[in-house]
Design a protein around this ligand. Sequence first.
Ligand SMILES: [Zn+2]
Length: 419
Amino acid sequence: MLVAGVALLIGLQKTGRIDVASVFNPIPPIDDAFQRGFRSDVMARINAVRGPIGAETLRGDEPLQAFVNEIVSQHSDPENLSLEMIFNTVQERFPGAQYLAANLVTASGRDDLVSRISGWTAIGNPDFNVVNTAVFKSKRGIGALSVLSRRIPRFSLKAANRDGGRFYNECPHCNEIHALELDRDSRTIILSCPYCDLPFDVLASDTGNTIYRATDFFEGFDLERGNPALTSLSDEERILSIWRKVADQCEYQLDQELGDVREVWKRPSETWTEQAGDCEDTAILLTDALITAGFAARVAIGWNGNIGQHAWVAVKTKNGEYILESTLQKELGMEDLVDVKVASAFYQPEQLFDQEHLYYTTAKPDNFTKDYFSDSLWKLIPKGMVESSVTSSSENGKAAEKRAVSGTFENRQYGVSAN
Ligand SMILES: [Zn+2]
């Protein structure tokens, strides 16, 4: 439709025909009342097309409308606005406008202009929920800039729990803005950036079906309280004693035993009270108890060569670092504190977390599998995101659409199903 519009424009220029219609239907002053009336006509015409095809009814967006007005009114020749520039400018001001389409059409009169906009193919696209238009006087009559959009909210745990669905996010590693879609049905949600591939958050649903950051599952669970004999023990003996308490209390629970696939993480007190948990539940409980007892400990999530996707515990003493396999169901002895270097043949951590931080690595597996506490091998996932930056877009004639880049989204099941 739009291509036809452009062709017509060129045809008129070549033949030098006078636009007769504009002579007999003088265009009224393009004031605020005209703009409002025009917008509501365009919206009604577009929604009349969208209704029957089941697309959401479009509405206006006031801040975006003000911005579209500004773009048009500040340009000396709005007919020749660059759509690429419009996309970039809109996204600079509204980073949530991850879905955008724009067109520029001119016509001899108002009704013709409304018809051309409502004939735009993009108006049927269900991705959009907003339309904004601004009319301007053109050389041969009038023209309009129309912008279709969907503004999605900035990603936050609060927004994720309230709305679910689509968000935009600024990557804390590379600062690119990208869209992401959250699948509430998944258990462990590792969010990573589609531009730099680095993880920027590890989330999970709790038993109340609220999404939390992995670090939020700790409670300061104390398994040494009221035990004065501990001071005489070595670090390794204390670790073993805490681990035994967890292992004695908690049955390892396979996913299959729960009937449906589990979709939640438990907090330490829940695992303790229910006397059961799967790998991440017992790993969180044990890590929490170790940290509360004063040890440097982290939950590792990643890959185990025998098991598959898995979660386990790493703990550090002055003598070294150990892997604790919190799903072991046996009489635990000193030999079960496995040196990380020995364990590295089977355990490939991908992310680590403790009560405070999430950690990621870009180091070589040969190195990071043998040291879970090195600041140079394991970096903090940065927190706090700043607004700015623009994504690129494409222009096709005088109508273009920009689609969001979907965030890579990994849905991993850490429940152990074998061995
Ligand atoms: Zn990134």
